[in-house]
Write a protein that binds this ligand. Structure first.
Ligand code: NAP
Ligand code: ZN
Ligand code: ZN
Length: 354
């Protein structure tokens, strides 16, 4: 084992602060990663602030990790020291169930191991996984992604969660030429959904609560913008969309968005607010509509997404922060004030915890 610096919180009401954590020494299939950049996902906030059930403390969030390979285990052939690699939300799974066999590790029937906040099988005991707000991480090579040449390393970090979480449902529900795709919530996930759906050839309709984001939405690739607080605009857009990706992190009225779907359309929930969402049966029944969910994406699909983004010149629009700005960044995200993903420059993490 070795120790590394990290930013952690001790409970759901304490800020993140400089800490020291333990990492395992690389085993035969392990890759040690010297973390350069880590994106800030709203799931980090939900977990660090114990908004979802089951937060484990101390909590080190971060699952949009990009860095350089340090030490590698003897059986690792895919990566060598110095390579630029990424780690998203998954660091292990059972590798034996039907979901794992199909490359859908995120739906592992025995429970995938999240990059943070999961029981850490490799460490054993009651250890839990600790994420990317740290100087190093050690990950089995089967869960490490190749960051294609040509992608800016910092701006590619958000692809590892925000990118794949929107790419996967867009592919699954066949977004492309001839489809009209709505995106709800122009934050980290939403802005990736706009860029990716637009690159897939879909007509993209941004649905935002923030009128001030309309010009940005168009610059990012949206063809139309609806301000959801304007009842007239929402009414005009009724029954006009084939697919909606809902990336909202807070409580909101699903029925008003379902009204935007055409017959047989689907609203896919990727945003995961703390409180249950309610749906009126008659928002679904008359138009044979689907209210669905989707979780990140498997490892193979994440690599496919990274390669798609490299081919299409897609990365996130980021605001780089130092690690000591993280608590302030959380407050800004809660106010929908991020354009459009915070990424932590991990060089700003002091090497030794105080
Ligand atoms: P984010 O950057 O904070 O963006 C959330 C956006 O939601 C805001 O920018 C805002 O956009 C919109 N919004 C906020 N409050 C709203 C309200 N009351 N009504 C309507 N819209 C509202 O968050 P994120 O990192 O993209 O994450 C979004 C959600 O996805 C989080 O709940 C996160 O945990 C979840 N998530 C799920 C998965 C998965 O696998 N399913 C993966 C990653 C994240 P506008 O200003 O445009 O309205
Ligand atoms: Zn995430
Ligand atoms: Zn499995």
């Amino acid at each position: 084992m070795f120790t590394t610096s990290a930013y952690a919180c001790d409970d759901g009401s304490s800020p993140l602060k400089l800490s020291t954590i333990k990492r395992r020494d690389p085993g035969p299939r392990d890759v040690e990663i010297e973390i350069e950049f880590c994106g800030v996902c709203h799931s980090d906030i939900h977990t660090a602030r114990a908004e979802w059930a089951g937060s484990l403390f101390p909590c080190v969030p971060g699952h949009e990790i990009v860095g350089r390979v340090g030490r590698v285990g003897a059986e690792v052939t895919k990566f060598k020291t110095g390579d630029r690699v990424g780690v998203g939300c998954i660091v292990d799974s059972c590798r034996g169930c039907d979901s794992c066999a199909e490359g859908l590790e995120q739906y592992c029937e025995n429970g995938m191991t999240g990059t943070y906040n999961s029981p850490d099988k490799a460490m054993g005991g009651d250890a839990h996984t600790l994420g990317g707000y740290s100087s190093h991480v050690v990950v089995d090579d089967r869960y490490v992604l190749n960051i294609p040449e040509g992608l800016d390393a910092a701006a590619a970090a958000p692809l590892l969660c925000a990118g794949i979480t929107t790419y996967s449902p867009l592919r699954h529900w066949n977004a492309g030429p001839g489809t009209r795709v709505g995106v709800v919530g122009l934050g980290g996930l939403g802005h990736m959904a706009v860029k990716i759906a637009s690159a897939m050839g879909a007509t993209v309709v941004m649905i935002t609560t923030s009128p001030g984001k309309a010009d940005d939405a168009k610059r990012l690739g949206a063809h139309e913008v609806i301000v959801s607080k304007d009842a007239e605009q929402m009414k005009k857009a009724a029954s006009s969309l084939d697919l909606i990706i809902d990336a909202v992190a807070a409580d909101h009225n699903i029925d008003s968005y379902l009204a935007l779907l055409k017959r047989d359309g689907a609203l896919v929930q990727v945003g995961a607010p703390e409180k249950p969402l309610s749906v009126h049966a008659f928002s679904l029944i008359p138009g044979r509509k689907t209210f669905a969910g989707s979780m990140i994406g498997g490892i193979a699909e994440t690599q496919e997404m990274l390669d798609f983004c490299a081919e299409n010149g897609i990365t996130a629009d980021i605001e780089m922060i130092n690690i000591d700005q993280i608590n302030e960044a959380y407050e800004r995200m809660i106010k929908s004030d991020v354009r459009y993903r915070f990424v932590i420059d991990m060089n700003s993490l002091p090497k030794q915890a105080a």
